[in-house]
Design a protein. Structure first.
Length: 418
């Protein structure tokens, strides 16, 4: 379908970027952008969003370019949608509705589908009376003897529709709550086992899934554990959690979360809060950034604003600048909590893993233990859970030098030989 994208520039520092992103979102929804229209205004017009003259310009452009749809770079009010449809004779799709459509088409699991349904219904609720095709008649009767106005059939229908949608939202939330209970049980079990967790976060299409798959491949995970990846916005909406086992016996869980985008609808953030709990509960975040994109700074700001909205704060973060192979940057290079890398390069993934290990396991302790021969089960624990760098056999027992987790260090404290 041919469409026009349009937006109001009201001194936004990143306006050009959001318009480029809007075009990409339209393309992700299989729409063909035939024209871009902008207007400079301090504030949107309350009734029509755009000024009257600009709205007429949009109408003329739609006739010239044979467009059927107008995609607006903002969330519009019901009145603005209705009036713009009347003036332009176009179907109006605001930014929020467009993102919701994309999410609806990408949802695969039952949980993701429920989350999107809830978000769409929340968006539709205040817009029940909006649109050329959907307007409800509101008839009023004259003042009756009691001095009040009777509500007409249209108003009754509107209230009925609202009740139906509110009930539907309530039922969907109950269903979603049952599903997320399983995630919470799994999360509590992981915490009980003291298995550390790492969450990949960041902008959509920055390379989170590719990074995860390459880590899985490098650490010998089965092909079946790979997650879906594709070069498109919001390729996946489902949080995947995989166990990563390293050669030195260290283990952690790696999760790939839904990608972010600027002006991500509040309804979606709220609905996907349970999914994003993987990030909120992580021991370490890896913010994957498209290092080859000139708007990388804006992407970082969007990601961190969204994380803050869902309550993710004070969690250590690695800033991972991906796609260095598509830029002039030197890679792989790591400094402090930053890495420049290419998710397609083995050396890059190896360096990223070293950075993860350095941050994630910094509380590990290196000790030397003297374990009596009749306490061999503790040596078994070391072999299963620790990285042993040296082992000797003495008259009194096994002399073992190993790097161990705090919990295991506590269990072995009685055998310290230092």
């Amino acid at each position: 379908m041919n469409n026009i994208i349009a937006g109001i520039e009201n001194n936004q520092a990143n306006f050009d970027y959001t318009m480029e992103e809007l075009a990409a979102l339209a393309s992700a929804d299989n729409l063909t952008v035939v024209k871009e229209i902008r207007q400079k205004l301090d504030q949107p017009v309350a009734a029509t969003y755009f000024g009257k003259g600009k709205a007429e310009e949009i109408k003329t452009a739609s006739e010239i370019y044979d467009a059927q749809l107008l995609v607006v770079n903002d969330e519009l009010t019901p009145t603005q949608i209705r009036n713009l449809e009347t003036i332009t004779n176009l179907t109006i799709l605001d930014r929020t509705a467009l993102i919701l459509e994309i999410f609806a088409s990408r949802a695969r699991t039952k949980e993701a589908k429920l989350q999107v349904q809830i978000a769409k219904l929340q968006y539709q609720l205040p817009r029940l009376q909006t649109g050329k095709k959907d307007q409800l008649d509101q008839q009023t009767a004259g003042n009756a003897g009691g001095g009040y106005t009777n509500r007409g059939a249209g108003e009754t229908k509107l209230e009925l529709n609202r009740r139906v949608i509110q009930k539907r939202i309530s039922n969907l939330r109950k269903e979603l709550k049952e599903l997320t209970k399983n995630h919470e049980v799994q999360r509590q079990q992981r915490q009980k086992n003291q298995l550390k967790t790492v969450a990949l976060v960041g902008y959509t299409n920055a390379g989170k899934s590719t990074t995860m798959n390459q880590i899985l491949a490098l650490t010998g995970a089965k092909q079946s554990k790979q997650v879906f990846e594709k070069d498109m916005l919001f390729a996946t909406l489902d949080t995947a959690v995989r166990k990563i086992s390293l050669e030195d016996k260290k283990e952690f869980l790696l999760s790939d979360t839904v990608g972010f985008v600027s002006k991500l609808p509040h309804q979606l953030v709220k609905s996907f809060r349970a999914t994003l709990e993987e990030a909120a509960q992580a021991d370490l975040l890896i913010q994957v950034i498209d290092g080859a994109d000139e708007h990388a700074k804006e992407m970082i700001a969007t990601t961190e604003a969204t994380l803050k909205e869902i309550g993710v704060t004070d969690i250590p973060m690695i800033y991972a600048y991906n796609k260095a192979d598509k830029s002039q940057l030197t890679y792989p290079v790591a400094e402090g909590n930053q890495i420049t890398y290419s998710a397609r390069q083995v050396e890059s993934i190896e360096l990223l893993l070293e950075l993860i290990k350095k941050e994630l396991f910094k509380d590990y302790e290196e000790h030397t233990y003297l374990i009596p021969y009749n306490q061999g089960r503790y040596l078994d624990l070391l072999n299963q859970q620790a990285s042993i760098s040296k082992q000797d056999y003495l008259e009194t027992g096994y002399l073992v030098k190993a790097e161990v987790a705090p919990k295991l260090a506590g269990q072995l404290a009685q055998f310290l030989s230092e």
